[in-house]
Write a protein that binds this ligand. Structure first.
Ligand code: SF4
Ligand code: SF4
Length: 362
């Protein structure tokens, strides 16, 4: 296009940053009043990539400004001061927000008459406790995204085991597995008892980049877990996997060998903790002597009990691998001795025995 002064004006495409269609600011309304120990909130404080402090101070490039409301990490005076943003969100006066639920959801319908299993603040009119279910029913339909933090919130966890009196369940059981948030996202499940800090932070960061319009929705598997975090088994990332392959099993918890015969469920559990470690890459259940009890799994804990007994599949697979492991361990032992020797031409005698041939050949 030519301007009045005769100069040529070049039509420019908006930059990627300008073309974004997302939020500049977002709230996180975190409710830990599910049936839980608050361990997920505590675990989150161990995240370092980034740290929660970096997130709320706006030090992560490209993210919206984040206003975090979490009772363990809140600078408020508590009480109604802390509840104010939650009440505002219900009135439709605070948006957008991400709803994070921590803890198992009791089935309030099984309580006949008065009573409640867990509550969060009181009804100002009656002074009666407001149940967790009351808050979820009102906040989830307005939330831009809904995230379940920890195995209790994702799949019910310990509170939902057989024989429990509360009818506890995971958030997707409560809201429906086909639930979609205001932002058209399914529930995002981050299991773990508690959450591995970086797993949760990485997922939250992905959701926040999506909110900023800078990333697609996080890819989830059929149990609504982040695919890239829960796609492999504990065994596939375990420091002790080579012992398993050589059928070298520990008989007690003091041994550095594979722990399958003392109760490890790692071969069939989806979790990246042995690869990732726990804090700053250190720790990670089997790596440091703890058997995997399947704490990230939808069947936890019932499917993995009694803890510390050898899994049925573990005894079969360890029997099958025994002959292969015994032979391969012996052969590797022989080769290991051979490669632990220096070559015979490494010596200080006055003659060269390396096989060097000084004659040039065409
Ligand atoms: S300790 Fe558990 S996860 Fe590690 S190699 Fe043995 S069975 Fe697999
Ligand atoms: S390795 Fe097993 S016990 Fe440890 S966090 Fe993962 S699933 Fe839970």
């Amino acid at each position: 296009m030519t301007t009045a002064s005769g100069t040529q004006e070049v039509a420019t495409e908006p930059s990627r940053a300008e073309a974004r269609n997302g939020f500049d600011e977002i709230n996180i309304l975190w409710i830990s009043e599910g049936m839980s120990c608050d361990g997920d909130s505590v675990s989150l404080t161990a995240a370092g990539q980034p740290a929660i402090e970096d997130l709320i101070q706006g030090l992560v490039p490209g993210l919206p400004k984040v206003n975090l409301h979490n009772k363990v990490l809140s600078p408020s005076l508590g009480g109604e001061d802390f509840l104010a943003p939650y009440r505002a969100a219900i009135r439709g006066e605070l948006a957008p927000f991400i709803l994070v639920i921590e803890g198992s959801i009791p089935n309030q319908n099984i309580i006949q008459g008065e009573g409640y299993w867990t509550s969060f603040g009181n009804d100002p009119g009656t002074g009666q406790p407001l149940t967790l279910n009351w808050w979820i029913d009102r906040l989830a339909p307005k939330a831009w995204a809904v995230v379940a933090a920890g195995t209790c919130a994702t799949y019910g966890g310990i509170h939902a085991m057989a024989g429990n009196p509360t009818g506890c369940m995971g958030l997707a059981d409560y809201l429906g597995w086909d639930f979609k948030s205001e932002g058209a996202l399914p529930i995002v499940n981050v299991p773990g008892c508690p959450i591995q800090p970086e797993n949760f932070m990485e997922t939250l960061i992905w959701v926040l980049y999506h909110a900023a319009g800078a990333a697609p929705a996080p890819p989830l598997d059929h149990m609504l877990r982040p695919q890239w975090l829960f796609g492999k088994t504990v065994h596939e990332g375990c420091d002790r996997a080579a012992y398993y392959e050589q059928a070298d099993f520990s008989k007690d918890y003091n041994s550095p060998k594979c722990q399958v015969k003392v109760g490890c469920w790692g071969p069939v559990v989806n979790c990246n903790v042995p690869k990732r470690g726990w804090m700053a890459g250190i720790g990670g259940c089997p790596n440091v002597g703890g058997i995997c009890i399947g704490c990230t799994m939808p069947g936890f804990p019932d499917a993995f009990m009694p803890f510390m007994d050898e899994p049925a599949g573990g005894s079969l697979s360890s029997i099958l691998i025994k002959p292969y492991g015994a032979v391969i361990r012996r052969l590797r032992g022989i080769t290991n001795i051979a490669v632990n020797r220096e070559p015979k031409w490494h010596h200080n005698k006055p003659v060269l025995t390396s096989g060097y041939d000084p004659h040039w050949r065409p």
